[in-house]
Design a protein around this ligand. Sequence first.
Ligand SMILES: Nc1ncnc2c1ncn2[C@@H]1O[C@H](COP(=O)(O)OP(=O)(O)OP(=O)(O)O)[C@@H](O)[C@H]1O
Length: 368
Amino acid sequence: MEVEKIETSKIEITTTPTETRSLESRSVASEIELEKGKLILLGSEIKFELDDLLRASAEGLGKGNFGNCYKAMLVDGPTVVVKRLRDLKPLTNDEFVRQVRAIGDMKHPNLLPILGYCNTNDEKLMLLKFAPNGSLYNRIHGGKGRRDRIPFRWSSRLSVARGVARALEHLHLNCSSSQTAAVVVPHGNLKSTNVLLDENDDVRVSDYGLTSLIALPIATQRMISYRSPEYLASKKVSKKSDIWSFGCLLLELLTGRISSHSAPPGVTGADLCNWVHRAVREEWTAEIFDTEIAVQRSANSGMLRLLQIAIRCCDKSPEKRPEVSELLREVESINSPVLDSEDEEEDLSLSMDQSRTDDSIATATPSR
Ligand SMILES: Nc1ncnc2c1ncn2[C@@H]1O[C@H](COP(=O)(O)OP(=O)(O)OP(=O)(O)O)[C@@H](O)[C@H]1O
């Protein structure tokens, strides 16, 4: 089937076959060549033309495992993210389009929407909504020990855990009925840099469904699910591998420590599953929690409950991990306490505490 024949409410902009256009950059020298390019916008949420995107100034957001991300600021238009994909499976153009559309159909308030895509022989791009409040990774670890850090309180962490669990439930319940049915692990790369926060600090999980696009040898090297105990032991992944990734994410959220599974290049992380198991075994559980939330005493029982859920998710044996719906029910049943004044006072003094530097967090190998 030809790309052009797919029936949809789309805006399709095609350059002439000989035309070569580039996405200009003011701050980061990055150029994306779009030869014979087609930009296809999905849905009606945003409307702009290829020329608008080409004129936008681009800023590099980071070098991911599967390509670079650029923030493109359109003149008099929205800010969007362009994700340049590489190391894809050898898909035909039609297969690529079908897979991207299937991923785009997975709509949910806690999933980052795919706004469109560009599919040429030379370039495969995904156009994503920009999340202005950055990633969960930055929210947990950024500016630790600095005076201007805004404390990341328990109620906000709990609402992130809920948002991610809702997104995961949606992916797990819907992936089998979509074109991505062949995908055994619906997210595959759940980690704190792929949990984004929108302008209201609501969770927007990104990079879901990429296992349907990325070549398997690359996926096994770079995706979180392929670091799960079952993959290491038997080279098998499943939906339960996402549950394990979610457990690791919860441990990062609770401990405030960088997980080795999701540490960006050049940053040392810790094996949080092992560390937390040891802490529980040796009964120093109180030391597990990030000091920024541990001071919120009225929330301690909720933290312990979330910790128990995280530990079950990280069980070495996939069968012992909860199903996603059970998991969501449990996370949602944890009450968010009203912050009392004692907590607030302690939080304030904690935010002024200079003892925890960025360096100590960057090398966050738990030691005891
Ligand atoms: N839509 C977005 N809005 C805001 N920031 C984003 C958006 N998409 C990605 N980012 C940020 O850009 C950076 C690069 O993202 P990218 O997804 O390419 O790599 P990654 O998440 O670090 O690793 P991986 O490729 O394994 O997902 C990350 O810090 C990510 O949080």
